[in-house]
Design a protein around this ligand. Structure first.
Ligand SMILES: C[S@@+](CC[C@H](N)C(=O)[O-])C[C@H]1O[C@@H](n2cnc3c(N)ncnc32)[C@H](O)[C@@H]1O
Length: 174
């Protein structure tokens, strides 16, 4: 799903924030330049092992906080945040950084669980969110509100699970 929405062309530069163990890396084309950043050295170690085993020579992995990206403005054509934005305490700060390091007109792609639009299910998710956050992620993230706050519009969106609780969203960097 991510490669489809990322619409990658040869030679383009992709940043994945919160790359983790690098699960997405084998699904991405080899003719682009990929940078993956993560706060956890342990996760990066596993990602490095994966890139070595698969000989992904187009991938660079760096320890970095996504709320303070050490890249100049407009460095990347595409930015991917997969199963990440509901893990960080300040998603707005992360998205502002993603916008800054993405070229104008580039794509920001989010794969994530977002709060259900059904009022009953949404309220339930809001209720259990503090508990879920204790084990690492929140369940009450309202995608429309969040993206509006960051000055982004949803350009395309598709469900990535059977029930549509998880979505892939693409925004164009304004
Ligand atoms: C749920 S995992 C997702 C990993 C990967 N994107 C995937 O799809 O498998 C979230 C990752 O975000 C990382 N992380 C959390 N806060 C971060 C931050 N502020 N900056 C960079 N990475 C962070 C964690 O270390 C973890 O590897």
């Amino acid at each position: 799903m991510a490669p489809l929405l990322l619409d990658l062309t040869a030679g383009s530069r992709l940043l994945e924030v919160g790359v983790g163990t690098g699960l997405s890396l084998p699904t991405l084309p080899r003719n682009i330049r990929i940078t993956g950043v993560d706060l956890s050295e342990k996760m990066l170690e596993q990602a490095r092992r994966r890139t070595k085993e698969l000989r992904l020579e187009n991938v660079e992995l760096l320890k970095m906080d996504a709320t303070r990206l050490d890249f100049p403005d407009g460095s990347f054509d595409r930015i991917l945040a997969a199963y990440f934005i509901s893990v960080v305490p300040d998603p707005v700060m992360v998205i502002e950084e993603m916008k800054r390091v993405c070229k104008k007109g580039g794509y920001l792609v989010f794969l994530n669980h977002f709060r259900n639009e059904n009022p009953v299910l949404g309220s339930l998710e809001a209720l259990i969110s503090p508990l879920c956050y204790r084990i690492g992620f929140r369940t009450d993230l309202d995608r429309k509100k969040l993206l509006r706050e960051c000055g982004l519009e949803i350009e395309s969106e598709m469900p990535i699970d059977f029930l549509g609780h998880w979505k892939a969203i693409r925004c164009i960097n304004p």
